[in-house]
Design a protein around this ligand. Structure first.
Ligand SMILES: Cc1cc2nc3c(=O)[nH]c(=O)nc-3n(C[C@H](O)[C@H](O)[C@H](O)COP(=O)(O)OP(=O)(O)OC[C@H]3O[C@@H](n4cnc5c(N)ncnc54)[C@H](O)[C@@H]3O)c2cc1C
Length: 414
C-alpha cells in the first residue's frame, strides 16, 4: 500500500458534494476556453465528482447557469458533451468498448499485451511521460493533454496494445471511467477515430509551459521529431524502447481488486428496516441523498461494492479510500461482497422496492438487476436511440433537438 499518495490524492480532491460545488462556482467558461489545453490552464478538476456521481452533469450545468452564460458552442459545454458521448457509446456497445472497435490497421505488427516496467515505473527517459506517471501516482489526476501524450507514446512508439495502457491508467485515476478512459485510448490508438493521435516535444513545450513544467521538457528524446518522422515510426518501426541510460524511477502503487482493510468502519445493523424501500448506491451514484418534500420516509440507502466486477479492473488505494469515504457519508450501510450471493447479501425487499441506476463497469448491471429495478444513469443530453459513431454526429443531433442548455434542463426538446 502507498498510503502517502493515497492521502495526497484525497487532500487535493476532498470527497464531498461541497467541493464539487466550490469547483463549479469558480469556473470561468471564457478563461476555460482560452486556456484549457495547457497544463496550467483553467481546467475544473471536476472529473472525480462527475465520474462517481457526487454531482450529476445536469446538476453541474444548472449550477453553472445560475452564475454564468453557457451555450452549446462554449468549449466547456463541448467537453462536458464528450463525456456524455462516451456514455452514449457505452450504452450501445457495453463491454465491446474493451476491445478494438475497429481494426487498428496502422502498424502491421502485434502490439504487446503488457505495459513495460520502465513506463509503469516512470523511467522511460522521456521527461513528459515520466513526469505524467509521477503525477498520476501522487494525485490520481492528469490533465487531458498529459493523458493523450501518455496514451500516444505507449501505443504508437512503444507498440503496447491500448487496452494494457487503458486498464493501468483507469486503475490509478480517481476519475477512472471505462467509457471515457477506454474510448479515449481507442481514439488515440485509431480504433475509434479516423487517424492516430501523435504529439512531439514541441507540443509538450507549448502546453507544459516553463518555468512550472521544466521537468516535462522532452527535447533530445524520441519525441523530438517532426510529425512526418513520428508518423513513420508509428506505422513502420517496432518498440522504440526506453531512452538510453539509467533513469530514476518511482514505485507503482498497488492496484487492489478489493478495498484494503480498515478504510471504513463497519456499521451495524446492515439490514434494511421493515417496509422501507431501498436504494442501492454503487460507486458511480454517490450523489447527495434526496430530500423527500413532505412525502414518506426516503429510501434506505445501501452502498454496494460488487467485488466480482472489480477483479478485472482493480483500483488504487487512493481510489478505494475516496469512494468508500464518500459512500459511507451518503448511505445507511455499506455492503462489500458478491451481490448475487444471497447468503452474504443483506436481506432486501422484493425487486420492485429496490432501486438502482446502471453502472459503467462490466459485471455491475447484471448483479444490480438481479436484486433491483434498474434505471438508466442520469444524463443531461438526449441519448440517441441509434449509435452515433462520431462526436460530431452526436453533438450535431443534440443541437438540432434543443434550443439551449436551460431548455434541456427544463426537458424541452424539439
Ligand atoms: C487517454 C485518456 C484517458 C481518459 N480517461 C478519462 C477517465 O477515465 N475519466 C474521465 O472522466 N475522463 C477521462 N478522459 C477525458 C479527460 O482527459 C478528463 O475528463 C479531464 O482531463 C478531467 O479533468 P478536468 O475535470 O479538470 O477536465 P475539464 O477540462 O475541466 O473538463 C470538465 C469535465 O468535462 C469532461 N471532459 C473534459 N474533457 C473531456 C474529454 N476529452 N473526454 C471526456 N470528457 C471530458 C469531464 O467530465 C471533465 O471533468 C481521458 C482522456 C484521455 C485522452
Amino acid at each position: 500500500m502507498n498510503t502517502a499518495s493515497a492521502t495526497a490524492a484525497n487532500d487535493l480532491f476532498p470527497a464531498t458534494h461541497a467541493e464539487a460545488l466550490r469547483r463549479l462556482d469558480i469556473v470561468d467558461p471564457a478563461e476555460y476556453a482560452r486556456s484549457r489545453n495547457a497544463l496550467d490552464g483553467a481546467t475544473t478538476g471536476l472529473s472525480p465528482y462527475l465520474t462517481h456521481g457526487v454531482i450529476t452533469l445536469r446538476e453541474a450545468v444548472a449550477r453553472l447557469l445560475q452564475r454564468r452564460r453557457l451555450g452549446f458552442d462554449d468549449k466547456l459545454c463541448f467537453e462536458l458533451a464528450w463525456r456524455e458521448f462516451f456514455q452514449h457509446v457505452w450504452n450501445h456497445e457495453g463491454e465491446r468498448v474493451l476491445q478494438d472497435l475497429r481494426p487498428a490497421g496502422l502498424w502491421p505488427g502485434r502490439y504487446t499485451p503488457a505495459l513495460p516496467a520502465d513506463i509503469r515505473e516512470g523511467r522511460s527517459g522521456v521527461p513528459a511521460i515520466d513526469a505524467a506517471v509521477r503525477q498520476l501516482y501522487a494525485t490520481g489526476y492528469l490533465h487531458n493533454h498529459a493523458r493523450m501524450w501518455l496514451a500516444s507514446y505507449v501505443v504508437h512508439l512503444r507498440k503496447v496494445h491500448w487496452r494494457a495502457g487503458a486498464d493501468w491508467l483507469y486503475g490509478h485515476l480517481l476519475d477512472g471511467d471505462v467509457p471515457s478512459n477506454h474510448l479515449s485510448w481507442q481514439w488515440v490508438a485509431g480504433t475509434f477515430s479516423t487517424k492516430p493521435y501523435l504529439f512531439n516535444a514541441e507540443n509538450v513545450a507549448r502546453y507544459a509551459p516553463l518555468p512550472a513544467f521544466k521537468a516535462w521538457q522532452s527535447r533530445g528524446t524520441v519525441i523530438d521529431q517532426p510529425y512526418e518522422a513520428l508518423d513513420l515510426l508509428a506505422r513502420e518501426a517496432g518498440d522504440c524502447g526506453a531512452e538510453p541510460g539509467v533513469h530514476a524511477g518511482v514505485a507503482e502503487p498497488a492496484l487492489c481488486a478489493a478495498p484494503p482493510a480498515g478504510l471504513i468502519a463497519p456499521r451495524a445493523p446492515a439490514v434494511p428496516p421493515p417496509r422501507r424501500d431501498v436504494a442501492l448506491v454503487h460507486p458511480w451514484a454517490l450523489g447527495e441523498p434526496p430530500r423527500e418534500p413532505g412525502g414518506g420516509p426516503p429510501a434506505w440507502r445501501l452502498g454496494v461494492i460488487h467485488l466480482p466486477a472489480h477483479a478485472a479492473l482493480p483500483w488504487s488505494e487512493a481510489r478505494w479510500r475516496w469512494v468508500l469515504q464518500r459512500m459511507a457519508a451518503v448511505t445507511d450501510a455499506v455492503f462489500i461482497g458478491d451481490l448475487q450471493d444471497a447468503a452474504a447479501c443483506p436481506p432486501l425487499p422484493s425487486r420492485a422496492a429496490v432501486d438502482a441506476t446502471r453502472a459503467p463497469l462490466p459485471g455491475y448491471d447484471a448483479a444490480l438487476a438481479s436484486v433491483a429495478t434498474l434505471r438508466p444513469a442520469p444524463r443531461l443530453l438526449p441519448d440517441p436511440p441509434t449509435l452515433c459513431r462520431s462526436f460530431s454526429a452526436f453533438y450535431g443531433g443534440v443541437k438540432r433537438q434543443s434550443r439551449s442548455l436551460q431548455a434541456l434542463l427544463n426537458g424541452e426538446l424539439f
